[in-house]
Design a protein. Sequence first.
Length: 156
Amino acid sequence: MMRFSIQTIPFALVFLASGLTSVHAGEHVYSANNAKWKTECGACHLAYPPQLLPAASWRVMMTQLDKHFGADASLDAKTAAEISAFLEANAGRNKREATGKPSQRITGTRWFKQEHDEVPTRIWSSPAVKQPGNCAACHTQAERGDYSERSLRVPR
Ligand code: HEC
Ligand code: HEC
């Protein structure tokens, strides 16, 4: 049996390598889902992926929904608790998503600005985009949590 093990090694390496490739390709596809989050937090804008803010930001946001960026996004206590748990369980853990103090603006985080520094200022305020939080204007599959380069089309 021992002599087979040496033949297994190249296969193991190929398997490992392809595994890593697919992890990298899926890096900007956010698949976490919750029906209440999708409906309630997708009612006025698209449901922003929980991974794009740290848990502390979501926690603060979910306690101030009556004063949500000038809008009233209040929910009943049970729904709010379910959505909070979902957001915090899937919140961003990388340093790049955290900003020090718990910002509620994804578009205000340092990683967002760095990731988007190639987008000219006039594009952000153009009629096709209107505001940076309108992710789907450029990330055509954002509704499905897909922010990969593949589906990116920046309007001119
Ligand atoms: C009643 C409408 C409404 C609902 C419902 C709503 N929002 Fe918002 N949300 C807004 C408005 C208005 C803004 C600010 C838009 C702007 O000025 O860019 C905003 C902005 C945001 C931003 C910041 C986006 C950025 O620019 O980086 C996040 C994050 C966010 N909302 C999360 C949520 C979550 C989570 C829920 C569900 C609990 C939710 N929203 C439900 C109206 C709503
Ligand atoms: C005006 C067009 C535009 C809007 C609006 C926009 N983005 Fe982007 N986004 C880009 C461009 C351009 C890149 C850079 C892609 C690259 O580096 O190849 C990018 C990159 C990204 C990346 C990294 C993708 C990768 O493969 O490296 C993420 C994640 C992302 N954006 C999320 C968002 C989110 C979330 C929103 C809304 C809150 C948003 N974007 C709004 C144009 C936009």
